[in-house]
Design a protein around this ligand. Structure first.
Ligand code: ZN
Ligand code: ZN
Length: 197
């Protein structure tokens, strides 16, 4: 029997970078890493590839425009890295909306999540866990878009579109069965592209 020959590139793992803008709790970052690996089968490295986002600041709105930040992330990302998720505590917007929890390049490499509004209603007592749960859901949601996943009608699916914080709390941190199937197709494509780099 012939041994199966696997060229080096066949074992190359897909990698996602978590790029914190400013300081984020280490436990939170580790927790996010685990969820990204479980959901999207990527290795995760934590590395600030964009430290300042002043260029995206809008004085009139006192918020940051997320789209140019995504462009910048894509520009500075090393070509062998598959995805990047940036985290910021600054409030984000896109021109047609008052604010966004995050934004992603559909089928692209970059996405960002703002935690600025994810503390809503959590001021009392033991709220850290609930705050972190919300962040994880939004991270998995925005990353899902980079895998071409669209908004899902299933209210418990992490790809469900959230208009308010109650919607975030109501959904789970998992993809529904339907979204999982779509993701698997995308992961196969990503793997193939990765091998051909
Ligand atoms: Zn979305
Ligand atoms: Zn779904």
């Amino acid at each position: 029997m012939n041994p199966v020959f696997l060229p080096n590139s066949a074992s190359r793992k897909l990698t996602c970078v978590i790029s914190p803008i400013g300081h984020f709790n280490d436990d939170l970052l580790q927790h996010i890493s685990r969820h990204i690996t479980e959901t999207y089968a990527h290795c995760v490295s934590i590395e600030s590839i964009v430290n300042r986002i002043d260029f995206a600041y809008d004085q009139n709105r006192n918020q940051y425009h997320s789209t140019p930040i995504l462009d910048k992330l894509t520009k500075v990302l090393k070509p062998d890295i598959s995805k990047v998720i940036a985290l910021t505590s600054m409030d984000l917007f896109i021109p047609i909306l008052t604010h966004v929890y995050g934004e992603a390049q559909l089928g692209g490499k970059s996405c960002i999540v703002s935690v600025a509004r994810l503390k809503e209603g959590l001021e009392n007592g033991n709220s850290q866990e609930a705050f972190h749960d919300r962040i994880i859901k939004e991270v998995l949601h925005e990353l899902g878009h980079t895998f071409n996943l669209l908004h899902c009608k299933d209210k418990s699916c992490v790809m469900h579109y959230c208009r308010c914080i109650r919607d975030v709390d109501q959904k789970s941190n998992c993809l529904c069965r339907y979204c999982k199937v779509l993701l698997n197709d995308q992961l196969k494509l990503s793997q193939e592209l990765n091998q051909n780099l």
